[in-house]
Design a protein around this ligand. Structure first.
Ligand SMILES: Cc1cc2nc3c(=O)[nH]c(=O)nc-3n(C[C@H](O)[C@H](O)[C@H](O)COP(=O)(O)OP(=O)(O)OC[C@H]3O[C@@H](n4cnc5c(N)ncnc54)[C@H](O)[C@@H]3O)c2cc1C
Length: 308
């Protein structure tokens, strides 16, 4: 019996994946979304999203993810709850091997996202949303007039510290080296901000908390001295890890692990598109992820029309 071949398989059911599916199904394309956990992706880790338009009082990430899934399924998108284990993308018919079997598609949209790197400290996972955050643009507003610590020394830590300095009473930037790795553009404004303090040559050993974060224990690398620093929040800004291990050797990937794709979302393989946080781009947010979904659908439709 001939195996079913989808027009489009979307790998990942975050905002980029389900927006792709919403657009492809509305365009009449037979679409399967494969998601290993639950709809919504990273959004499900936050209970308050205030910068996704249309929700004047904000929305929690789980609800928004569920609404995005329902929206796509209303037009016929199918969801398979399974983990994609390997892919064969080079042939015109692409094969996706999952934990529950293998599936075929004429076009594939990679929407596997990126995870903020974690420090791996005890209690870190349990305190996410209770003082531990990874995205100052997302959660900074919850710390208005409070004291926060930021860990990291690269561009994302510098940008986060600068943004938080405009909201918070005090920002303590904790970096394991004696100078920032961030580009020069951040140095002067950070040094000049009166409410930013620097803890150089230091690393966080422990997160202190009662119900929520109340401080961090920091060790100085040079002296070995350990100090307890009171703070209301801890932002861990040590970069992101894109979920691209599956695609190594097939898709072009940059030195940071992101799939190389421009605003068209096309990758180096015809018929394969990359959307959302997983692709090379400047701003990784929900609105940019959903925008990619619409774009990928447009170019997938064009690709399928030319490769019947
Ligand atoms: C705590 C937190 C708070 C945030 N707050 C905001 C905010 O307020 N506003 C905002 O705009 N942005 C916010 N963001 C960022 C936003 O969530 C991301 O930019 C957005 O989710 C990216 O969407 P995506 O679809 O590209 O990827 P993701 O959301 O990462 O979704 C990828 C999906 O792919 C699935 N997947 C990965 N690998 C596989 C596989 N092998 N098989 C099957 N499925 C797979 C994952 O399970 C996941 O569901 C926040 C992020 C975090 C972590």
């Amino acid at each position: 019996m001939e195996r079913h071949c989808y027009d489009v398989i979307v790998i990942g059911g975050g905002p980029a994946g389900y927006t792709t599916a919403l657009y492809t199904t509305r365009a009449g394309l037979d679409t399967l979304v494969i998601e290993k956990f639950s709809a919504g992706g990273q959004m499900t880790q936050t209970s308050q999203i205030d910068n996704y338009p249309g929700f004047d009082e904000g929305v929690d990430g789980f609800t928004l993810g569920f609404k995005m899934q329902n929206g796509a399924e209303r037009f016929g998108a199918e969801t398979l709850q399974a983990e994609v284990l390997s892919v064969k993308l080079n042939a015109p018919v692409k094969e996706i091997e999952t934990s529950v079997g293998s599936f075929l598609a004429k076009a594939v949209v990679v929407a596997t996202g990126a995870e903020h790197r974690h420090l791996g400290l005890p209690d870190e996972e349990a305190l996410i949303g209770k003082g531990v955050g990874y995205c100052a643009a997302c959660d900074g507003m919850f710390y208005r007039d409070k004291t926060v610590a930021v860990v990291g020394g690269g561009n994302s830590a510098a940008a986060d510290a600068l943004l938080l300095s405009k909201i918070c009473k005090k920002v303590i930037l904790i970096h394991r080296r004696d100078t920032l790795r961030a580009t020069q553009v951040y140095h002067r404004p950070l040094m000049q901000a009166e409410n930013v303090e620097f803890l150089w040559n230091s690393s966080v050993k422990e997160i202190l908390f009662e119900e929520t974060v109340c401080g961090v224990r920091v060790a100085n690398k040079l002296t070995g001295e350990e100090t307890e620093i009171p703070c209301d929040g801890l932002f861990i800004s040590i970069g992101r890890a894109p979920e691209t291990a599956l695609f190594q050797g097939q898709l072009a990937i940059d030195e940071n692990g992101y799939i190389i794709a421009d605003e068209s979302t096309r990758t180096n393989i015809p018929g394969v598109f990359a959307v959302g946080d997983v692709r090379t781009k400047a701003v990784r947010q929900i609105v940019t992820a959903v925008a990619d979904g619409a774009t990928a659908s447009h170019f997938a439709e064009e690709y399928l029309a030319n490769h019947k």
